[in-house]
Design a protein around this ligand. Structure first.
Ligand SMILES: NC(=O)c1ccc[n+]([C@@H]2O[C@H](COP(=O)([O-])OP(=O)(O)OC[C@H]3O[C@@H](n4cnc5c(N)ncnc54)[C@H](O)[C@@H]3O)[C@@H](O)[C@H]2O)c1
Length: 236
């Protein structure tokens, strides 16, 4: 089967590195118009050279997040929104009593608040067109304790899964599909490499033993899951 996204508009949050960047490049290679935002300006400029439309947006600012979607939907509808921006905001696991309010809030806001704000912003246009797809990049930490040890990350990813389920039911009757992808441990940046090194050989082997394929996932694995697309059955 040859996939084509020609004529489709795909919007991805957090596309500077890792999954977001790979998904942006794969959707673009398959013909989609791709829109990406991130706080990393240099990476956005670099990605823009390939033809992907980029914007520097701090998604901790919900107004800015909403305005970015408004700019895109002003010209045409969005077919796919991928809420990918997230992560641990540079934090490492530490004792609960040492976690500050700001540290907690930042992680919850980038993982959960941004997914809420961007989904809310695309919903009216997707409803008008009676089609669309929202993909939330969740985590294994949505289903069990997080390998990162960051409490806010685990809590936020569990909440993203709840948001996914709720929106799937709310928006499904409008022919809008809402799904989550829950990746396991994947090397995407220095922090994941550092975390893996810190595990040491024994814990690394334990992690691998708990994976069906006995290997870590790759950014390509995650992008391929996001490319899954089918026409939504329309109510008559
Ligand atoms: N790498 C993994 O092992 C793994 C595993 C499970 C889930 N995830 C999730 O997958 C998604 C992508 O992860 P990743 O490892 O590719 O990259 P990442 O988690 O390091 O960051 C994703 C992107 O979000 C951007 N971002 C962070 N704060 C932002 C803000 N305030 N405004 C705009 N953009 C912001 C970052 O600059 C980065 O490009 C995240 O939601 C992450 O939580 C990652």
């Amino acid at each position: 089967m040859k996939l084509s996204f020609a004529g489709k508009r795909v919007v991805i949050s957090g596309g500077a590195i890792g999954f977001g960047r790979e998904m942006a490049q794969q959707f673009y290679a398959l013909g989609a118009d791709v829109y990406v935002c991130d706080i990393q300006a240099a990476a956005m400029a670099d990605l823009a050279e390939s033809g992907i439309k980029t914007a520097v947006v701090d998604l901790l600012d919900r107004q800015a997040a909403t305005a970015w979607i408004g700019d895109i939907t002003a010209s045409a509808a969005i077919d796919v929104l991928i809420n990918n921006a997230g992560g641990v905001a540079g934090q490492q696991g530490k004792a609960l009593e040492e976690v500050s309010d700001v540290e907690w809030d930042n992680v919850v806001e980038i993982n959960l608040g941004a997914a809420f704000a961007l989904s809310r912003a695309v919903a009216p246009s997707m409803k008008r067109h009676q089609q669309g797809r929202i993909i939330n990049i969740c985590s294994g930490a949505a289903l069990k304790a997080s390998l990162t040890g960051v409490q806010a990350y685990c809590a936020a990813k569990h909440a993203v899964l709840g948001l996914t389920r709720q929106l799937a039911h709310e928006l499904g009757p409008h022919c809008i599909q809402v799904n989550a992808i829950a990746p396991g441990f994947v090397f995407t940046n220095e922090a994941t490499q550092q975390q893996w090194n810190n595990f040491g050989p024994e814990r690394q082997q334990q992690v691998l033993n708990n994976i069906a394929l006995r290997r870590l996932g790759t950014v390509q694995d995650i992008a391929h899951a996001a490319l899954f697309w089918r026409q939504i059955w329309r109510h008559s």
